[in-house]
Design a protein around this ligand. Structure first.
Ligand SMILES: Nc1nc2c(c(=O)[nH]1)N[C@H]1C(S)=C(S)[C@@H](COP(=O)(O)O)O[C@H]1N2
Ligand SMILES: [Mo]
Length: 218
């Protein structure tokens, strides 16, 4: 894949201003009553269940690569050092799984999806992202949801490296959508000019997956 360095004048502050001015990737605010934290049909768990296709790829930091391409100005392939050299963020959020469990207060560490987008420069035609995992998993998200302020490429959880069973070395976390949209062992982020269903979406899951609207199946 063709590699390109970010433009030298690329600065996080500039990007944030740009995001704000364009208002381009502002996701719709979830519809919920004030103080309501548990989405409809969900129950709270204290543990953290493991869900995947039954194959948990063992990806070392040495072998780890993340391709970001498709409808972007500057496709990149990040290695682990490249990922860690990007601005790091911490973010606390809740998990809502479509199988009805929710888990509060997950402390994530990683790189904001907005930082990744700034690196590659989405083309104007880009409307969706297809996320690919090292296990062959795919899932699709609208670009606005991918670029949510609290969405991140996470490599840490509760102050420790993300474990392999939960998608380590790095997974996506998009807190305001059902957790199947948060690809574990992420290998590629492909920006698309139209929506394209991923693994579960082909099998009847919702194209967006908003827990507050109970977008479970389509
Ligand atoms: N690569 C990959 N990502 C994946 C999955 C998968 O099978 N492969 N399963 C999804 C589903 S259905 C859920 S509920 C969450 C589970 O994440 P967890 O095992 O860390 O709880 O990961 C999502 N991301
Ligand atoms: Mo799930």
């Amino acid at each position: 894949m063709d590699e390109a360095a970010p433009p030298p004048d690329s600065k996080l502050t500039r990007t944030k201003q740009k995001w704000a001015q364009e208002g381009r990737f502002l996701a719709q605010a979830p519809v919920r009553a004030a103080g309501e934290r548990l989405p409809p049909g969900q129950h709270l768990v204290k543990n953290w269940p493991v869900l995947d296709l039954g194959r948990q790829p063992d990806v070392s930091h040495e072998r780890w690569r993340l391709k970001i391409g498709g409808m972007v100005e500057r496709p990149v392939t990040l290695d682990w050092a490249g990922l860690m050299a990007l601005p790091q963020v911490k973010s606390r959020s809740d998990i809502h799984c479509v199988t009805s469990w929710s888990r509060y207060d997950n402390d994530w560490a990683g790189v904001s999806t907005r930082t990744l987008l700034d690196l590659v420069g989405p083309r104007d035609e880009a409307t969706h992202a297809l996320l690919h995992g090292y296990d062959g998993y795919t899932t699709n998200v609208p670009l606005a949801d991918f670029a949510a302020e609290d969405a991140l490429l996470a490599h840490g959880w509760q102050g420790r490296p993300l474990t392999r069973e939960h998608g380590g070395p790095a997974r996506l976390v998009i807190p305001h959508l059902y957790f199947w949209k948060s690809a574990k062992w992420i290998s590629a982020i492909e920006l698309l000019g139209a929506d394209r269903p991923g693994f579960w979406e082909v099998n009847g899951y919702h194209m967006r997956g908003d827990p507050w609207a109970e977008e479970r199946y389509s």
